[in-house]
Design a protein. Structure first.
Length: 404
């Protein structure tokens, strides 16, 4: 949707704001002023009620988004719910493993399940995904075994999976750089004449990086088939969004000449619909789109962070009322799309997943300490050979010391 803008006003960044309670989709405002709520695309309210849009609705764009999930079946809705529940269970297990010394670090996605599952399920197998390091739910949608995500955080490998097996790139630690990779890949896709699309994930903090600005420029100029999916979880570690931008993040797209849309990031249906729309635009040769998923990071930035030092408990409590999983469960129950048997079976599956994750992590073998010297140069190098020999002697010194 092309964004129209009036004079910029400094937006209110309040995680306690009831994002999306209006159920509207007007993205023409410059953001919420004090005491009001941000306008965004919402198809499922926090109370679990489906937003019904008539075909002749005044907001034609909202009606267009809604069409992308108009025929969603109860089975598909249960599938989205299952995805979010299992992703949260995996994330909780990984956090616990880090606290117990099994992982060096972990970046939790708690609270962002709807944004990731909704957008992830919108992709096709031939699309290519470029994540940051928190897209565990997207990885789940792409068929990456969740245990493979943990090797890097345990320090036993540099990624854990083959990116080309699932068209899901390795996690990127350098903030924002994956948007450049995604743009370049998308430009290549266009030159190849393929009808697939590319989607790049990043956060509100990364949106301030120069790499992201360059990506927007190149993707616009070359009409690259890429969707920029920004998960605005309100905090770039301890930096609130209002310290990074004077306008809502989605409006940045207009300066580069492509559409920007703000969606309720805790509404899995809205995220699914808008991402499907954006990916379809890309596949049809209509160029890039910026999707801002307005959500909230319920936990710490990573397990090395203490969010109590910079935000209040009542802020989190306000967002807990808009929990993406509880929202969909309320709808499933009200519409009689799921019974207690379904939820009980899912709980059993969830616990089994947690147990498997724990067992696999603890059984991960230590890495080959000499692997660091492999694949540095295609044809080998004398300096690398020298360093390998020095390291071998260093390692051998420990064995000699033990034998004394």
């Amino acid at each position: 949707m092309t964004v129209d803008s009036s004079a910029a006003r400094k937006p209110r960044r309040s995680a306690a704001g009831k994002a999306g309670t209006t159920g509207t989709a007007s993205n023409t405002s410059t953001g919420a002023t004090k005491g009001t709520e941000p306008e965004l695309v919402q198809l499922l309210t926090p109370e679990g009620k489906r937003v019904r849009i008539a075909k002749n609705a005044k907001n034609a764009q909202l009606s267009e988004y809604a069409q992308y999930v108009a025929d969603i079946t109860p089975e598909e809705l249960r599938g989205l719910y299952r995805d979010m529940v299992l992703t949260r269970r995996f994330d909780a297990e990984a956090t616990a493993l880090q606290r117990q010394g099994e992982l060096g670090l972990w970046a939790s996605l708690l609270g962002q399940e709807a944004a990731q599952i909704g957008s992830g399920r919108a992709t096709r197998p031939d699309d290519y995904v470029f994540p940051t390091y928190r897209e565990h739910g997207v990885a789940w949608c792409r068929g990456v075994d969740p245990t493979n995500l943990l090797g890097m955080f345990r320090g036993v490998n540099h990624g854990g999976w083959d990116p080309n097996s699932n068209n899901f790139h390795l996690y990127t630690i350098v903030i924002g750089s994956q948007t450049l990779h995604a743009t370049g890949y998308a430009m290549g896709v266009a030159k190849d004449g393929a009808d697939s699309a590319v989607i790049a994930y990043f956060g509100d903090g990364a949106s301030s990086q120069g790499d992201v600005a360059e990506s927007f420029t190149f993707s616009a100029v070359y009409n690259a088939p890429v969707v920029f999916f920004c998960q605005n979880n309100q905090w770039a570690i301890s930096e609130p969004t209002e310290k990074q931008t004077r306008v809502p993040l989605y409006q940045r797209a207009q300066g580069y000449g492509f559409p920007g849309v703000r969606v309720d990031g805790n509404d899995v249906l809205a995220c699914l619909a808008v991402t499907r729309w954006a990916l379809e635009r890309a596949r049809n040769g209509e160029g890039p789109t910026l999707v801002e998923a307005y959500t909230y990071r319920m936990g710490a930035h990573t397990t090395s962070d203490d969010p109590t030092r910079y935000r209040h408990d009542d802020e989190r409590a306000a967002w807990e009322a808009k929990d993406p999983i509880l929202r969909l469960r309320r709808y499933l129950e009200a519409a009689n799309h799921a019974d207690e048997g379904f939820f009980a079976e899912l709980e059993t599956e969830s616990e089994a997943l947690g147990k498997r994750v724990r067992e696999v992590v603890r059984a991960m073998p230590d890495p080959d300490t000499f692997a660091i010297f492999e694949n540095v140069y295609a044809d080998g190098h004398a300096l690398v050979d020298e360093e390998r020999a020095q390291f071998a002697a260093y390692q051998a010194s420990f064995a000699d010391a033990e034998g004394v």
